[in-house]
Design a protein around this ligand. Structure first.
Ligand SMILES: CCCCCCCCCC(=O)SCCNC(=O)CCNC(=O)[C@H](O)C(C)(C)COP(=O)(O)OP(=O)(O)OC[C@H]1O[C@@H](n2cnc3c(N)ncnc32)[C@H](O)[C@@H]1OP(=O)(O)O
Length: 226
């Protein structure tokens, strides 16, 4: 399947115009959200199953059959970042927020009290590093995206220039919350700070420099559909 029309402001940075109605977005969301959730369930089940060898082999064959069926019609390359004619962004393949990406928790962001963003999520067995704890790289990835969204509150997407994470104490698997907000601006650069919290309070802090790529200046999205 070919891709919709693409704006190419720079290599690897293109956004893709997909001129679809709100009804069509809702239809696709209703179709793909439970589909992707089932694959998230599958990932968790694969990690935690204790069934016998024959059952594992049978399940593998069934999964291979499903993959084969889905591969009969595929888009070229990755999903990309798409937007509608009224500038609603859809990053449905995104590793952190992607509605169609089973690797994504997925995070759903909402406005914070301080002009920033906040998200709650539950991280299960698929995000483990040390025993029973969230992988440090997963924490960094989630911070990267959430701080990036906080930097992009005016709708113009920012790229991470530099990010640093201070791991204060282990983060248990289970419910987490991330808060992030801009703490300083300097032209195209924004300094953003954030915290990751578990049930017993803050476990990690992050600070990053996020930059509006020259190619993105003036390309604001009105909202993101997740
Ligand atoms: C609403 C949408 C929400 C979307 C949220 C998305 C979050 C996603 C987070 C990501 O994963 S982004 C992907 C990971 N990041 C990258 O792949 C970035 C790769 N690097 C680049 O594309 C460019 O290097 C970059 C756009 C970051 C900067 O290139 P520029 O050519 O615009 O920088 P330039 O050399 O003109 O420098 C502009 C200013 O930024 C500073 N700067 C440049 N690169 C920097 C850097 N890496 N770290 C810190 N500061 C940096 C630079 O010193 C300078 O400061 P001053 O104005 O004070 O002189």
């Amino acid at each position: 399947m070919s891709r919709p029309e693409t704006d190419s402001p720079g290599a690897g940075m293109e956004f893709t115009l997909e001129d679809i109605s709100d009804e069509e977005i809702m239809r696709r969301r209703a179709l793909y959200e439970p589909f992707t959730d089932s694959v998230r369930d599958l990932i968790d089940a694969v990690i935690r199953t204790e069934v016998d060898d024959a059952t594992v082999r049978q399940a593998q064959a069934e999964i291979a059959g499903v993959v084969q069926r889905l591969r009969t019609q595929q888009m070229d390359g990755a999903y990309g970042v798409r937007y509608t004619a009224d500038k609603k962004g859809m990053a449905w393949g995104n590793a952190v927020i992607g509605l169609r990406n089973a690797i994504a928790p997925p995070l759903v962001l909402r406005p914070g009290d301080d002009g920033g963003v906040v998200t709650d999520a539950t991280l299960g067995a698929a995000y483990e590093g040390p025993s029973g704890l969230v992988h440090g790289g997963v924490c960094a990835m989630l911070f990267d995206h959430v701080l990036g969204e906080a930097a992009s509150v005016d709708g113009i997407p920012c790229f991470t220039g530099t990010i640093s994470v201070r791991y204060l104490r282990p983060t248990p698997l289970g419910p987490i919350r991330i808060d992030a907000a801009i703490s300083g601006r300097d032209g195209r650069k924004k300094i953003v700070r954030g915290t990751l919290s578990g049930p017993d309070g803050v476990t990690a802090e992050a600070e990053g420099i996020f930059i509006v790529p020259r190619e993105f200046e003036g390309q604001a999205f009105s909202s993101w559909v997740s």
